[in-house]
Design a protein around this ligand. Structure first.
Ligand SMILES: Nc1ncnc2c1ncn2[C@@H]1O[C@H](COP(=O)(O)OP(=O)(O)OP(=O)(O)O)[C@@H](O)[C@H]1O
Length: 253
C-alpha cells in the first residue's frame, strides 16, 4: 500500500520540516520506501537531507511549472530507502505562475500518480501558507498530518487550515483524511505544554498521536549538518521519538 501524506500547518515554525525529514528517515530506517516532496520555497527539507540547492538539476518547480517527469527530479539521500524531490528558491515564483494555468490545483496530484507505486510513503513538506502550493499538496494527498507546537497560541489559525481541508475535500479530493495531529517542541519544565496537550486532545480527540515530540537540542542541530536526527545522533531523545512516531504511523496502515 502506498500513502501520500501532506505535512501542513500555515503557522510558521511548528515543526513541519523537522517532522518531514525525521519521520521520513524513521520510516526508511524501519524498511519503508519513502519519497520526500519539498514544496516549501525555503527548501529546508532539501538542505536538511544534505542536498546542496545550487547542485539541483530538476526540482519541484520544474515538475509543477515545466511539466518535467517527476522521476527526473528524484534525488537519493544518504539514507537507504529515502529519496527526495528537492525545492529551490525558484519555487517562490510558482504561486504567481500557477494562477493563470488550467487545472492549477491538480498539478502535483497528476505528477505524483506517476511515482506513487514506487514508494510506501510520500511525505509532502508544505509551506507556511494556505496558497496554491498547499492546495496542490492537499489535493494530491491521501491524508494530512498537522504538527502543532506546544505553545500558548497553539490552536490559533487552525480553523483556517481545517476550513481549507474541508474546501479541498468538497471540491477537489473527497477522500482526503486527517492522518493525525502531532504535538511538537514539548517542554516538560513548564505546565503550559501539558495544558496545550489537553486542549488539543479535547479538539482532535483520538486523532492526536500518542508520540509527543519534546524540545531536543540535537533535533535543532541536525539540519545544519544536512542530516536527519536518525543519522546525526541515533542515540538522542529526538531520534528515539521520531522512530517511535514512524512505528505509530505504520501501525495505522
Ligand atoms: N522538537 C524540536 N526541538 C528543538 N528544536 C526544534 C524541534 N522541532 C523543530 N525545531 C526547530 O524549530 C525551528 C522550526 O522548525 P521547522 O523548520 O521544522 O518548522 P516549520 O513548521 O517547517 O517552519 P516553516 O513554517 O518556516 O516551514 C527550526 O529551527 C527547527 O530546528
Amino acid at each position: 500500500m502506498s500513502k501520500i501524506i501532506a505535512i501542513a500547518n500555515q503557522k510558521g515554525g511548528v515543526g513541519k520540516t523537522t517532522t518531514s525529514v525525521n519521520l521520513g528517515a524513521g520510516l526508511a530506517s524501519i524498511g519503508k520506501k519513502v519519497l520526500l516532496i519539498d514544496i516549501d520555497p525555503q527548501g529546508n527539507t532539501t538542505s536538511g537531507v544534505g542536498i546542496n540547492k545550487a547542485d539541483v538539476a530538476n526540482c519541484i518547480y520544474d515538475v509543477l511549472i515545466n511539466e518535467v517527469d517527476p522521476k527526473e527530479a528524484i534525488a537519493p539521500t544518504d539514507i537507504d530507502g529515502l529519496n527526495i524531490i528537492p525545492a529551490t528558491i525558484q519555487l517562490a515564483g510558482a504561486e504567481i505562475e500557477l494562477v493563470p494555468t488550467i487545472s492549477r490545483e491538480v498539478r502535483l496530484k497528476k505528477s505524483l500518480q506517476q511515482v506513487k507505486h514506487m514508494y510506501d510513503y510520500i511525505l509532502i513538506d508544505c509551506p507556511p501558507s494556505l496558497g496554491i502550493l498547499t492546495i496542490n499538496s492537499l489535493t494530491a494527498a491521501d491524508s494530512v498530518l498537522i504538527p502543532i507546537q506546544c505553545e500558548y497560541y497553539a490552536l490559533e489559525g487552525l480553523s483556517q487550515l481545517l476550513n481549507t481541508v474541508r474546501l479541498v475535500q468538497k471540491h477537489l479530493n473527497t477522500s482526503l483524511q486527517i492522518e493525525g495531529v502531532l504535538l511538537t517542541m514539548f517542554d516538560a519544565r513548564t505546565n503550559l505544554g501539558i495544558q496545550v496537550i489537553e486542549e488539543v486532545k479535547k479538539y482532535f480527540q483520538q486523532k492526536v498521536y500518542r508520540t509527543v515530540i519534546p524540545r531536543n537540542v540535537r533535533l535543532s542541530e541536525a539540519p545544519s549538518h544536512g542530516q536527519s536526527i536518525i543519522t546525526y545522533d541515533p542515540k538522542s531523545k529526538g531520534a528515539e521519538v521520531y522512530l517511535e512516531l514512524a512505528k505509530e504511523v505504520v501501525s495505522y496502515e
